[in-house]
Design a protein around this ligand. Structure first.
Ligand code: NUP
Length: 212
C-alpha cells in the first residue's frame, strides 16, 4: 500500500513530540525539515527514536559534493534513515548524498519537481524530466514529485520506473490523496494532519484515501 508520511513542520518541540506520538502508530514514516530541526536541534531525531518510525530529513540539500557529504553524515549520525536532496545540483553533488546514505544503510530521495505554484517557472520545460533521469543514473532511491500535479507525476514515473516516488502537496496545497496515492509510493501530508483538530482522525481519512 502507498505509504503515509507525516511532514512534522511544528516548531514547538513539545507539541511536535505530542503529535508524533499520537500519530506514529498510523504512519509509515515521519519527515522533519528546517522548521522543527532549527527550533529543536538535530537531536530531535533521537527523541523520536522510541516511536520506531523511519525518519526522513528534508533538508533539500543543494551544495557542493563535499559539503553535501558533511551534511548527510550529520543527518545519518543523528538517527535519520533517509535524506532529501535537490536534483538541479548535478550528478556529483547528488552522488555525495546517495553514497553517504548507502554507507549508513539509508536512502536518498532527489527533488525532481516541487509542488508549489512557482515551481513551474524552473522545473517545467524538461528540467524535472532531466533531474528524474539523473536520480536514476545516480542510483538514488527515489524522487520527490508534486501531488498538486498528478499528470506530471505520471510523466516522471515513466522515467524513474520502479524507483520510489514520494509526493508532497496533499491536503493544504490542494493535492487529492486518492488520486495521487494510485501513482506514487508515499504521500507526504503536513498541515492537513498536524493542524487538524484531531490529527489521528485526519490520518484515518488519508489512510482510507490510499485504498479508495
Ligand atoms: O515540492 C515539495 N513540496 C513540499 O511541500 C517538496 C517538499 N519537500 N515539500 C514539503 O512537504 C514541505 O516542505 C512540507 O514539509 C511538506 C508539505 O507540507 P503541507 O503542505 O502538507 O503542510
Amino acid at each position: 500500500m502507498t505509504e503515509l508520511i507525516l511532514a512534522l513542520d511544528v516548531t514547538d518541540k513539545k507539541q511536535a513530540l505530542k503529535i508524533a506520538e499520537a500519530c506514529a502508530p498510523h504512519l509509515d514514516a515521519i519527515k522533519l525539515g528546517y522548521p522543527l530541526i532549527l527550533s529543536s536541534g538535530l537531536s530531535i531525531a533521537g527523541e523520536l527514536e522510541e516511536l520506531d518510525k523511519p525518519l526522513i530529513a528534508d533538508f533539500k540539500v543543494a551544495d557542493i559534493p563535499n559539503t553535501n557529504k558533511l551534511i548527510a553524515e550529520q543527518v545519518f549520525d543523528a538517527g535519520f534513515s533517509s535524506i532529501i536532496c535537490h536534483g538541479f545540483i548535478g550528478a556529483d553533488a547528488i552522488r555525495a548524498c546517495v553514497d553517504v546514505a548507502a554507507d549508513y544503510g539509508g536512502a536518498c530521495f532527489v527533488v525532481a519537481e516541487m509542488s508549489h505554484p512557482g515551481a513551474t517557472a524552473f522545473f517545467h520545460g524538461g528540467t524535472a524530466e532531466k533531474i528524474a533521469a539523473l536520480a536514476v543514473e545516480c542510483e538514488a532511491d527515489g524522487i520527490i514529485a508534486p501531488a498538486t500535479r498528478p499528470e506530471r507525476v505520471t510523466i516522471l514515473r515513466e522515467i524513474v520506473g520502479r524507483r520510489k516516488i514520494l509526493s508532497p502537496g496533499v491536503g493544504a496545497q490542494g493535492g487529492d490523496a486518492s488520486t495521487v496515492a494510485k501513482l506514487v509510493d508515499g504521500i507526504i501530508v503536513g498541515r492537513a494532519i498536524y493542524e487538524a483538530k484531531d490529527p489521528v482522525t485526519a490520518i484515518t481519512e488519508f489512510s482510507a484515501a490510499r485504498t479508495a
